[in-house]
Design a binder for this molecule. Sequence first.
Ligand code: FMN
Length: 304
Amino acid sequence: MNRLATSLGKLSLQSPITVASGTFDTGYFDLFEQNILGAYTTKTITMQPKAGNPPPRIFETEAGLLNTIGLQNPGLKGFLSEELPRLRDLLDIPLIVSFSGSSVAEFEAILETLEKEEGIAGYEINVSCPNVEKEGIAFGAEPDVVFALACALASKSSRELIFKLSPNVTDIAQIAIAATEGGASSLALINTLYGAAIDWKTGRFRTSNPVCGYSGTALKPVALALCHKVAQAVKTPILALGGIHTWQDALEFFYAGASAIALGTAFYSDPLAAVKLHQGLKDHLEEKELALSELIGKASLPLP
Ligand SMILES: Cc1cc2nc3c(=O)[nH]c(=O)nc-3n(C[C@H](O)[C@H](O)[C@H](O)COP(=O)(O)O)c2cc1C
């Protein structure tokens, strides 16, 4: 019996552990077997190639990581000609393609192109980018935009449609409801918080773009609270991420309502984090004679 088996919308996963977009190099598969993971998610791709921001674009803080990579990617064409064939050959686990656009039409055009390609199990829709039709306000910040985007994409694909939500919004539950009503079949949360660092000696920002994405350890309580909040608001399966390093961290997210989790910044300090998490979770569930599915959403209040 595989106690770690789970599902995420339309996907059956042999392991609840996945990788956070933009943080995992497939070279790590030289270090461990890919079946430790339930799925592999790509770096976000965009219609046009992006060179990304100039250095410095990473800065480590006391409790997390600041990054301003700037969605560096080869663009849709480059992905199709270089990346996708390589990933199709390499992967034995479901491939999830993360993509983003600057307008609803651009998201649709990317999806329509990817729909013609085999070997893709699902899409992760990164809505943390500016919407050119709405004065650059992030797509994921407005429920009506998220609803319209989800409707447009869901009507064009029967593959798993994961909406990746940003924590940088007033009420994430409203965004989760909008994505669900529009047709998202699962939700990934959270993307990075905003963060910045300044060198007090010189007064200079530590990174080329002052406002960065903040990830890692410091995110965990925020991500856990938002996972709980979203799980209370919708029945849509949740792929949780934000500061997860260990199997104990992962368990907290399952209790809060996540069906699967992703490791991101953890890989920077320990490329074997997924292996350790997998073993720890397996041992724990065996000891308790439980299947993971029995724990999901079962968090309870402390005893009086
Ligand atoms: C260097 C770096 C690059 C990232 N690139 C992307 C990206 O391309 N698309 C995306 O949706 N999220 C991206 N993220 C956010 C992660 O996927 C994840 O949501 C976030 O880091 C929180 O998880 P963590 O604390 O486990 O890292 C990136 C994060 C980091 C640290």
